[in-house]
Design a protein around this ligand. Structure first.
Ligand SMILES: [Fe+2]
Length: 345
């Protein structure tokens, strides 16, 4: 490959004149923005242990009342992007959020899409667009772009959940903002009940729902049962994985990030191919070794790690006698819509 001219090869007075006119020569930076063959991601393989996060989160509960935090979150920041950027990857934000008994996180809505994966505790709920969604371990609850949402807690133990947002992308596009609102009026009817059976949709008087997000809560009990049924039915070597989708359209549950649940059979090792999107892994139940390039992380329940794009990842169930269940989030819907999605095998 040709060596391209460097900035310092140019006379200082020429560079100064370009700068004064808001002009930049492309060739010194061309290889940086268009590297050969493969991007150079800032996203690094990074691991966050829940046993490290939890005491610090509980400490935040002592140090900062909910009124002073609105959302009491410790952000899982990828050092490759710089911690102050609060990014897990180019498009993904991750945060562990704490809600203490009796606390209230007031109603708001915003342009970034969010989901919550419930990590620990019972009795909390999220009200989304007037639908009260109970929060139990492993449940996935959507708070898509523009929908009002608030969190309350009627239980007696701290509740912790993992927030996954497309905030870095929406912020980068200069389209990120929020609006505060009044407490929501809860309406009857729950999407997770109406869409409780695969392949069957509610169609009152032959009409399909026109809601953009007809299902807001994906109960873990249903996802786990579906994975176990699939495992019974599929050949041993096949991956046991499901995607959280909009049940009316079959499209991804949200527009920018994709969400998945994976079951590793006892002792199973599964290689996920090198694909363009970055991916986040969070253990719901069991334990896994996750190998990303030259690093291997050992995850137990509630631990989280992320892998950059264009990187193969091998997950191995650490248990020989029971399955391990992993929640995954990635940037696939975004990459597919932009036409940059790649699977390099
Ligand atoms: Fe929010």
């Amino acid at each position: 490959m040709n060596d391209l001219g460097k900035l310092e090869d140019l006379p200082a007075d020429y560079r100064a004149e370009l700068t004064s006119h808001n002009l930049v020569p492309l060739w010194p930076s061309l290889r940086g923005v268009l590297p050969p063959g493969k991007p150079r991601p800032n996203t690094r393989a990074t691991f966050w242990a829940y046993q490290t996060i939890k005491p610090l989160l509980l400490k935040a509960g002592e140090l900062t009342p909910i009124e002073k935090a609105e959302r009491r979150v410790l952000v899982l920041a990828n050092p490759g992007h710089g911690l102050e950027k609060m990014q897990a990857s180019a498009a993904m934000y991750l945060g562990m959020q704490l809600l203490l008994p009796g606390e209230w996180a007031p109603s708001h809505r915003h342009t970034p899409n969010a989901v919550r994966m419930i990590v620990e505790g019972e009795g909390a709920y999220t009200t989304v667009d007037g639908e009260k969604c109970p929060m139990s371990r492993g449940d996935l609850i959507l708070t898509p772009t523009g929908l009002w949402h608030e969190h309350g807690h009627d239980g007696d133990q701290p509740v912790v959940w993992l927030d996954v947002l497309d905030l870095p992308l929406v912020y980068y596009m200069e389209t990120s903002y929020h609006v505060n609102g009044e407490p929501q009026t809860i309406h009857a009817g729950r999407g997770d009940r109406q869409y409780a059976r695969g392949g069957m949709l509610p169609t009152p008087v032959f009409e399909r729902s026109s809601k953009s997000y007809p299902m807001l809560r994906y109960p873990w009990a249903e996802a786990r049962a579906a994975l176990l049924t699939m495992a019974d039915d599929l050949p041993q070597q096949e991956a046991v994985q499901l995607t959280y989708v909009n049940p009316e359209t079959g499209e991804d549950a949200e527009n920018i990030l994709g969400f998945y649940a994976l079951m590793l059979r006892p002792g199973q090792s599964l290689r996920l191919p090198a694909r363009s999107p970055a991916c986040v892994f969070h253990v719901i139940e069991g334990g896994a070794e996750i190998a990303i390039e030259d690093q291997t992380f050992t995850l137990t329940e509630a631990d989280t790690c992320c892998a950059p794009g264009y990187t193969a990842v091998t997950l191995t169930n650490r248990h020989a006698d029971k399955p391990t269940f992993v929640f995954m989030a990635d940037e696939s819907p975004l990459h597919r819509k932009l036409g940059v999605y790649e699977n390099r095998g």
